[in-house]
Design a protein around this ligand. Structure first.
Ligand code: TYD
Length: 206
C-alpha cells in the first residue's frame, strides 16, 4: 500500500494557496496517487458549525474564544478525518492547519505564541505535517486579490495581515525543513512549477 502523507498549504488570505492545492491534487491523481483534500476550519459537520461562527458571526467574538474555536475544529478534524486518511495510505492535502493559528491568533491577534504552540500540540495529538507549503505574498497584493466581499477574518485590515505575514516568515525560519516558502507574487503557472518541484522532491525522499 502507498504510504500516507500529510501536506499543508498555508499563507495569508489572497495568497492563492487554494488554487495551488487543487492543481497539486490533479497532478498527483494523474500520477496515480490516492489523494484527498480538506481544509480548516470547517471540514466536517461539527467544523461547519464552528466555521460559521468564526467567519460570519456579527457580534463581539473574544480573541480567546476565536482561538479555542479554531483549536476545537482542528482536534475534531485530526481525529475524525486526517489520521484515518493517512493510515489508509492517502495523501492528505490540507488547506490551513497549525501554522495558521500561530500566524493569525499569535502574530495577528497578539495571543501568546508559545501557549498557542502548546495548545496546537494538544489539538493534533502527535500529528505533524510531512511538508508545509507557505505561499508568500505581499499584504498589498493579497488585499487586492481578496476583493471587497470579505468575511470576518479578511476584514481585519492591512496591519493585521502584515503581522500575520511576519508570523509565517518567522515560522518558516524556525522550521526550514518542514516549511518551504514559495513566492506567490508570480503567475499561477510559475507558482505551480515551483510548488511541483517541492512536491516531487518530497515524494522521492519518502
Ligand atoms: P477561509 O475562507 O477558509 O480562507 P482561506 O481561503 O484564506 O483559507 O477562511 C479561513 C480564515 O480563518 C482565514 O482568514 C484564516 C483564518 N484562520 C485563523 O485565523 N486561524 C486558524 O487556525 C485557521 C485554520 C484559519
Amino acid at each position: 500500500m502507498q504510504k500516507g502523507l500529510f501536506i499543508t498549504f498555508e499563507g495569508t488570505d489572497g495568497c492563492g494557496k487554494t488554487t495551488q492545492l487543487n492543481k497539486v491534487k490533479d497532478f498527483l491523481q494523474e500520477q496515480g496517487y490516492n489523494v484527498v483534500t480538506t481544509r480548516e476550519p470547517g471540514a466536517l459537520d461539527i467544523g461547519q458549525k464552528i466555521r460559521d461562527i468564526l467567519l460570519h458571526h456579527e457580534g463581539f467574538v473574544a480573541d480567546r474564544c476565536e482561538m479555542f474555536l479554531f483549536l476545537a475544529d482542528r482536534a475534531q478534524h485530526v481525529e475524525a478525518f486526517i489520521k484515518p486518511a493517512i493510515a489508509a495510505g492517502k495523501i492528505v492535502l490540507c488547506d490551513r492547519h497549525v501554522d495558521s493559528t500561530i500566524a493569525y491568533q499569535g502574530y495577528g491577534r497578539g495571543q501568546d505564541v508559545q501557549l498557542l504552540k502548546d495548545l496546537n500540540e494538544i489539538a493534533v495529538n502527535g500529528l505533524s505535517p510531512d511538508l508545509t507549503l507557505y505561499f508568500d505574498v505581499s499584504a498589498e497584493t493579497a488585499q487586492t486579490r481578496v476583493g471587497d466581499d470579505k468575511d470576518r477574518m479578511e476584514s481585519a485590515g492591512i496591519i493585521f495581515h502584515k503581522q500575520v505575514r511576519q508570523g509565517y516568515l518567522a515560522l518558516q525560519k524556525e522550521n526550514p525543513e518542514r516549511i518551504k516558502l514559495i513566492n506567490a507574487n508570480n503567475s499561477i503557472e510559475t507558482v505551480f512549477e515551483d510548488t511541483k518541484k517541492v512536491i516531487i522532491k518530497l515524494l522521492q525522499e519518502k
